[in-house]
Ligand binder design. Structure first.
Ligand code: SF4
Length: 441
């Protein structure tokens, strides 16, 4: 239910406790104003530039299109269904949606034997491989807020992935266990960041910065792991960082009561980056023998956490996976969009949260169930506009720490259908067509 707090002006209404889906933090404290005459939305309290971008689109219901020609919804559903029915290797990709949308997608994939992959799967896979190969000890945003006394950001400034991280989780006024948040120590290890003023403590103490190029992160985290384990390295520096500074950081980690090592899988964009993540989680594991430490995979966008969680609890497997053999089949290489692009004979691209995430250029017939503000350089075979969960209709989303799910409230009356209702229409058309075929036989 939408929580209205009255209107300061007669021409708008304020909605409080709005959850933002523009990044994996899912901040749930936004206050949003809705103009009564136009139903346009604006963030009036809390939020950040990404939340403003999420809500900036005016309500609109463009027509569905088939080969660029405007058609009614039913005709677009028929055209999309016909394409999927003819396909021998359909691919459902993009997957920018929430839990309810993904549940409908899984049903459809099972029905048509499709392969599934998310637009962020290359980054997601770097984390998934570590979970599968060695397991990990990771924490939640709430634990960071209440317990962390040392935060080491590795190869990331964190705020590029989670813009309000320091505001909501670090420089807070109070914690549950009387820890003084202003005394926290922040270290940026690796990467090169322009402006880290947001990471200075409220009394002006700057973060420690140990920079290096991203390509040198592998050797840096391997060295830090060796030092935390108690080994010595016969070199003066690693990746341009003085050995003395690394030894001090290893000591700091061993002495901290609750250290958090954060990374962003999207930033670690080099071959076999999962090995760097395994070294980071290996440091955490080593530290937990004598103190307390946890990893924090910072990131999440376009519903990747929600979609992956829904896949895991429904099928037992993360993405990408495939239903081509009538059962869930997990193979992160064979079923990736990059591999499937060469084999798929129909693509269903879904992007309900971000209109800029379009399907990659392709000669394969493509159906787009997409944001109403989407503009195409290459017109898809079929385009059906859908609403955004948490803006046009209700939904559920998972936070980047994967243990907290939050309800999403509609913020305005909207003519746009949800992804799950469009998929229901497609399933009805598929059933009707299959029944017709059976009668004809
Ligand atoms: S930090 Fe993320 S979830 Fe919070 S308001 Fe900004 S974009 Fe939205």
């Amino acid at each position: 239910m939408v929580n209205f707090v009255g209107s300061s002006l007669l021409d708008s209404v304020r909605i409080k406790d709005v959850t933002c889906t523009a990044c994996g933090m899912l901040c749930d404290d936004l206050v949003v104003a809705r103009a009564l005459n136009s139903n346009t939305l604006s963030v009036v309290e809390h939020g950040c530039s990404r939340s403003a971008a999420l809500l900036q689109h005016p309500p609109a219901k463009p027509s569905a299109r088939v080969h660029g020609k405007e058609v009614d919804h039913a005709s677009a559903i028929q055209a999309a269904t016909a394409l999927l029915q003819q396909a021998k290797q359909p691919l459902i990709a993009g997957l920018g949606t929430d839990v309810q949308g993904m549940r409908a997608v899984l049903r459809l994939a099972d029905h048509i034997g499709a392969t599934l992959d998310h637009m962020n799967s290359a980054a997601m896979l770097r984390n998934t491989l570590v979970v599968q190969q060695s397991g990990w000890q990771v924490t939640t945003l709430t634990e960071v807020r209440n317990r962390a006394d040392l935060i080491v950001a590795i190869g990331t400034d964190i705020v590029s992935a989670l813009p309000r991280f320091f505001e909501r989780c670090v420089w807070v006024e109070a914690t549950l266990f009387d820890q003084a948040p202003a005394e926290r120590d922040i270290v940026f290890l690796g990467g090169r960041h322009d402006d880290l003023g947001f990471a200075s403590s409220p009394d002006g103490r700057p973060a420690q910065v140990l920079p290096c190029d991203m390509e040198q992160i592998p050797e840096l985290v391997a060295a830090l792991r060796a030092l935390v384990t108690g080994r010595s390295l016969p070199v003066d520096q690693v990746a341009g960082i003085a050995m003395q500074d690394l030894q001090q950081l290893a000591q700091h980690l061993r002495e901290a009561r609750y250290s958090v090592l954060a990374w962003s899988a999207a930033s670690l964009d080099y071959a076999h980056a999962e090995l760097s993540i395994a070294n980071i989680t290996g440091i955490v594991s080593q530290l937990n023998q004598t103190t307390r430490s946890a990893g924090l995979p910072a990131g999440g966008s376009n519903g990747d956490s929600s979609v992956n969680q829904t896949s895991v609890w429904t099928t037992g497997y993360p993405l990408p996976n495939s239903y081509a053999r009538q059962h869930p089949d997990y193979d992160p290489w064979q079923h990736s969009s990059a591999q499937q692009a060469a084999h798929a004979d129909a693509v269903l691209w879904i992007s309900s949260l971000d209109p800029s995430r379009r399907p990659p250029p392709s000669d394969t017939p493509t159906i787009v169930l997409g944001h109403a503000a989407m503009q195409f350089e290459q017109e898809p075979a079929v385009y059906i506009p859908i609403g955004t969960p948490g803006v046009d209709h209700s939904g559920t989303a998972f936070r980047c720490d994967s243990v907290v799910s939050l309800p999403l409230k509609p913020l305005r009356p909207s003519p746009l259908p949800s992804l799950s209702s469009v998929i229901l229409d497609m399933e009805a058309a598929l059933h009707a067509s299959q029944k017709g075929d059976a009668h004809a036989d």
